[in-house]
Design a protein around this ligand. Structure first.
Ligand code: G4P
Length: 535
């Protein structure tokens, strides 16, 4: 039996102090832009501050990654897709991971509900890429302030002024560079600190295994060739400043301005500037909007919400972890908290966080922190949790699926297990489940934004629910919501069909965007809307 402890009254001054020194953010980027390299570089510099005097060789950088993997294998869960906590200049940085690559799934979008800001990482040679554009749209829909980092400036790439224009056009925000590179892409010599009006020459140490050396220079005192790079940098930065203006905290907070930094994460160039920007300008947790009342003050008793549930990814481990973002008060391990959806209290005996390299038991956590509740099997994505004063936070939006497959129990005798499994996966938000009278309950359509969601669903149906399942992929590529009040809604139509989600949403799925045009002509009484966050 877990030991139940009464939650202790939280000291409001302590909550305010702890919240103000937290920055909870995600790095959004397209695969290969350098997110892992940047995260490691952040960890290297943040740790270098913590363990002053300790040198970190390249081997220890790799150890960081492999240690996580070791824990993942041992525990059968993906720890690196939760959150990493770092300390820099007495500020706690919670880096919430947005799984990409093959792991791309609805979770990738959902974790953005848990952050206060985002770092958008762009490859200097490739500019905006599709996954960045999608993640950016989710951030914009939530008004999340975005810091832009142009990475790989040590490699040949696009022109700096062109990239700045592109950022303005593609994001709808005014880009305001805080640093400007001396040297074109591929010839990265140093950085101008624009607000500080200083110039730093950068040199990689140990091939990027250690923090780069930053030496302040006075361009007027340099030899003409080097001086010319700095003069050009000053001219370009001046051009941008005269057209885009200077950094403005309120504009950044409202996601109308995006500060821009130049970097080469592999060499740790521009990384300390990013850390300083996060600490000095990044938003700290603030009172969270609620559906029940005014925004929840930070000093209120504990509250938070579940933004991700991970379960059964390894058949040998019945691990079920619900990741919680804390919104108010303090979290004490063992405290009794209530799930707003069910009204049921439960004790948080098993709570973990990822701290540096290892998963540690959490004793206390504060607004902005991410905590994993182990074996809290009743929790679902979007659940609001509280102590003492009830609260309901807004639901986490559903996202527009792009992949569709019909699921069927391979053995019709196992239909009961199959149905139970499908319901469970639907509740956990592993996949969206769409149904229609025509297809019947025996063959629901699973819908996802990433193929991994199907793999996880099929594997769990087979191993956890004992209902081996076949998936037949459908050729649909996009979904739209049918607005309430629509008339003459067909069941099927040319190039698509109508399906229903358990939350009552009626969804039309289409082979491609041209079919949407035909549909609108054929069924003028049906109003189509984007699903959830428009992406
Ligand atoms: P991701 O997590 O966004 O997918 O990207 P990741 O960090 O894995 O980086 C993708 C590739 O880009 C890696 O090269 C990495 O070394 C390289 N890279 C990242 N940042 C920089 C940078 O600032 N400058 C340069 N020149 N390269 C960078 P790889 O060849 O795939 O792997 P590796 O052999 O270098 O480890």
């Amino acid at each position: 039996m877990p030991v139940l402890t009464e939650s202790l009254p939280t000291d409001p001054a302590a909550v305010r102090r702890e919240a103000s020194r937290r920055r909870t953010f995600a790095v959004i980027s397209h695969p290969d832009a350098g997110k892992s390299t940047l995260t490691e570089a952040l960890a290297l510099l943040a740790r270098a501050i913590q363990d002053a005097g300790v040198t970190h060789g390249k081997s220890s950088r790799h150890a960081t990654v492999s240690d996580w993997m070791g824990i993942e294998q041992e525990r059968g869960i993906s720890i690196s897709s939760a959150a990493l906590q770092l300390t820099y200049r007495d500020t706690i940085l919670n880096v919430v991971d947005t799984p990409g690559h093959a792991d791309f799934s609805e979770d990738t979008y959902r974790v953005l509900a848990a952050v206060d800001s985002a770092v958008m990482l762009i490859d200097a040679a490739k500019g905006f890429e599709p996954q960045t554009v999608k993640l950016l749209a989710v951030c914009k829909a939530r008004n999340i302030p975005i810091i832009t980092v142009i990475n790989k400036w040590d490699r040949p790439g696009l022109d700096a002024l062109g990239l700045i224009d592109d950022i303005g056009e593609r994001t709808g925000m005014t880009p305001v560079p805080l640093t400007w590179p001396a040297g074109i892409a591929g010839d990265f010599h140093g950085l101008l600190d624009i607000p500080g009006k200083r110039a730093f020459r950068l040199e990689a140490v140990d091939g990027g295994a250690q923090a780069a050396t930053e030496t302040e220079v006075r361009p007027a005192e340099l030899d003409p060739i080097e001086a010319a790079r700095w003069v050009e940098a000053e001219e370009e930065a001046g051009l941008v400043e005269s057209s885009n203006g200077a950094f403005d905290t309120a504009e950044f907070a409202a996601a109308r301005q995006t500060p821009v930094l130049f970097a080469a994460a592999a060499k740790n160039f521009g990384v300390s500037q990013l850390l300083d920007t996060l600490v000095d300008l990044g938003p700290a947790p603030s009172p969270r909007e609620t559906l029940t009342d005014e925004p929840r003050p930070l000093e209120s008793p504990f509250s938070g919400f579940v933004f991700k549930v991970q379960a059964g990814q390894d058949s040998s481990h019945r691990d079920h972890i619900a990741y919680l973002r804390i919104c108010s008060g303090s979290f004490e391990r063992g405290m009794v908290i209530t799930n707003q959806r069910t009204g049921k209290p439960f004790a948080t005996k098993y709570a973990h966080r990822v701290l540096g390299r290892s998963r540690e038991v959490v004793d206390t956590a504060w607004p902005g922190d991410v905590v994993g509740l182990v074996n809290a099997t009743s929790l679902r994505v979007g659940d609001s949790l509280f102590a003492e004063e009830p609260v309901r936070f807004p639901d986490i939006p559903r996202f527009s699926p792009e992949l569709f497959a019909v699921a069927r129990a391979k053995d019709p005798g196992r239909y009961k297990q199959f149905r139970r499994g499908i319901e469970q996966l639907e509740h956990e938000g592993v996949v969206q489940v769409l149904r229609s009278d025509l297809r019947g309950d025996q063959a629901p359509v699973l819908a996802a934004v990433g193929a991994l969601q199907f793999e996880v669903a099929a594997q769990r149906l087979g191993t956890e629910f004992n209902a081996p399942t076949s998936l037949d992929h459908l050729t649909y590529t996009l979904a739209m919501a049918v607005a309430p009040g629509s008339t003459g809604v067909p069941e099927t139509f040319r190039g698509g069909e109508i399906l229903r989600r358990a939350d009552g949403e009626v969804i039309a799925v289409f082979g491609d965007k041209w079919k949407v045009g035909h549909f609108r002509k054929d069924y003028p009484g049906v109003v189509l809307e984007p699903i959830g966050a428009a992406i």
